[in-house]
Structure formats: C-alpha cells, structure tokens
Ligand binder design. Structure first.
Ligand SMILES: [Mn+2]
Length: 347
C-alpha cells in the first residue's frame, strides 16, 4: 500500500493510540483466533511503546486458544475487579467485533463511563455502531491484517522496525484462523503477503498449525461423530444441516464450545452449497450457524434472523426451542438457496 493511502487510513487511529496512556483492549464474546491473535500483537506492540495496556475480554480463552495465555495475559472482564481501572483509562480499542453488543457488560461500562472507543474490524457493520472511532475495512482478510497494516504505518512514521517474532506469532494466528488456513474465499494475495512476512520474522507455520488445530479433546471428537451421523441433506443436495442438542453434548462429555469448526467440516461434502448447524443452548434458545461455499450469500439471512456476519460465514441466536428453531431456520434457508439459485440462472 502506498504511503499516502496508509497515512490516510491510519492517521486518526494512530492519534488516538499514541495519545492514550492507559488502554483497554477487548474483542467479542466467544473470541476467535483473529480477535485474540490481533490482541496479542497490538497489546505487545503498545506495551513496547510504554503504554499501560490490558486485555479485558467478555469470555475466557476457548480451549483451543488456551496456549495463548503463555504469550500474553488475557483477563475476563469482571465489573467488581476491573471497572475502576476501565474508568481511569483513556481509550478502549476493540478488535474484530461486528456488533458493539457482543462486548456484554464491558460495552455497557464503556458507554456509562464515557470512555472513548476505537473499533478496528473487517465485519460489515450497521451505522451507528456504538463506537466513537472506527477503522473498518470489510475487504481485509482478517482484523490481524489491519493490525499489520497499522504496524507498517508506525514503521513508516518512526523509521523503526517494530515487529518481532512474538508480534508476528499473534498476527499469523489471526490470518491463519480467519482464512481457514488459507483456503476460504477471503484468502487474498495480501493474506499470503502477510503470512510470508510473518514467516520471515520467525513464525513456524507447522508449529502454529499444531498448537491451534491439533489439540482436540476426545470428547469433542465423540460429539463431532454424533453430529456427523445426524446430517440431513435437503434442497436438491445443496443444504446440509444438523442439530447439536444439549443431550448430545452431555452424552459425549463435551462442552458447548466444542462445536466450533463443525459447520466448516460439513461444508466439505460435494455438491453442498450451504451448511447449517442448529445448536441448542438451553430449553428456549438455539444458535444457527451458517457457512456457504461462495455461491449463496447467507449474511442477509443471518441478519434477518437477528444475527450477522460475513457473506459466507454468519450466525444468529434464536429465542425458541429446538424443534421450532429447526423447522423455522431450515425452511428459511431453503428459501434463500432456492431464490439465489434461480437468480444465478439455475446454475
Ligand atoms: Mn475476523
């Protein structure tokens, strides 16, 4: 990216980050590798700049990202413990969040305290989105990519090389996980440029892959087995959907977080365009998780069902019991597949 454009994009965010002394960094509820890797990189950088900076998240580290605690402190926001610290901060920098509400209590407190907030993100967002300042680019493959861009901007400004192997590690986790290990449709030349730069800085791709992906529990595998046995194919083979019930989770000895990655896996079925997981959270609440191979957009559907996300990876929470949620979401999804297949000339 040329200097002028880099400057234009990052001047405001940089002014906020460099003026602040005490900075809260957060990401969305149920964080993913992009949010956490971006936090790891940005907070390490800011601390190197002498800032007092703390990661306060709405949720604990998911089991597959527990290893990241070795590299940085990830705290769970607790009003009684942290609100004074947040109140006396100068800035909240929020990463990879499509929706302010996904900050839970921390978001409420940021607003109550009138703390300045800056969002750095690549999700499509509604306006107004609750943030005072935004650096949003939906064409970025990952939020981590935007952090890398910011670090390049600071290098340009200071003439100093600020990236080290530890920062690169966080950034590599971000881009690797959000591109599905460089295979999703957001895998751009820029994603590979960034990855190759991170490798030059000392990141070992096979090691990162191992620490993120090759740590499944046997309980998760058992739950996956049950989920896979229950796949239903509809819509002329274009939709594969499956439920994950509380009973299935209990019988496998697994947890709700163990469902991560299931929908992507089911999408690998030949001929399937859209996959849908209906995950029963409690008696009256289910989550619908959508993935598309790229022909059918599912973000509008997810938004219509009260959720959101990217064009080909999105989700919603439904306040209804499992059977009702299945009936409703499957039929809505089939309608979307049908109408978009027709639009494409029946291809
Ligand atoms: Mn992301």
């Amino acid at each position: 990216m040329d200097k002028k454009r880099l400057q234009y994009r990052w001047d405001e965010a940089h002014r906020l980050l460099s003026q602040a002394e005490r900075i809260v960094c957060s990401t969305h509820f149920n964080p993913d590798g992009d949010g956490l890797g971006s936090q790891l990189a940005l907070v390490r950088y800011l601390k190197n700049q002498g800032k007092e900076c703390r990661i306060l998240n709405p949720s604990v580290l998911p089991s597959e990202y527990k290893f990241m605690a070795e590299y940085c402190e990830f705290e769970v926001y607790d009003r009684s413990l942290h609100s004074d610290w947040v109140k006396s901060s100068d800035l909240a920098v929020i990463l990879d969040i499509g929706d302010f509400k996904r900050l839970n209590e921390l978001g409420e407190d940021i607003q109550t305290f009138g703390l300045q907030s800056l969002s750095i993100d690549h999700h499509p967002q509604d306006e107004p989105n609750g943030f005072d300042y935004t650096m949003h680019d939906i064409s970025a493959c990952a939020t981590g990519y935007l952090i890398w861009e910011y670090l390049q901007y600071t290098m340009m400004l200071n003439g100093k090389f600020e990236l080290n192997s530890k920062i690169a590690h966080g950034l590599y986790i971000a881009v690797m996980t959000d591109t599905g290990s460089f295979r999703f449709n957001n895998t751009s030349p820029e994603a590979h440029d960034m990855a190759s730069e991170m490798i030059r800085l000392g990141v070992l791709p096979h090691e990162v892959y191992k620490e993120v992906y090759e740590v499944n529990s046997v309980e998760k595998m058992r739950l996956m087995g049950t989920a896979l046995r229950n796949i239903k194919i509809e819509g002329g083979g274009q939709l594969a959907w499956f439920p994950v019930t509380m009973k299935m989770i209990k019988e496998a000895g697994a947890t709700h977080a163990d469902v991560s990655g299931f929908t992507d896996l089911v999408r690998t079925i030949g001929g399937v365009e859209v996959t849908l997981m209906i995950h029963e959270i409690d008696n009256n609440r289910c989550k619908a998780n959508f993935r598309s191979k790229g022909k059918i957009r599912i973000d509008e559907l997810a938004r219509r069902l009260g959720g959101g996300g990217h064009p080909f990876a999105a989700g919603s929470t439904l306040e209804m019991e499992l059977d009702k949620a299945i009936k409703y979401v499957v039929s809505e999804t089939l309608d979307v597949i049908k109408s978009q297949s027709n639009m494409g000339g029946g291809k």
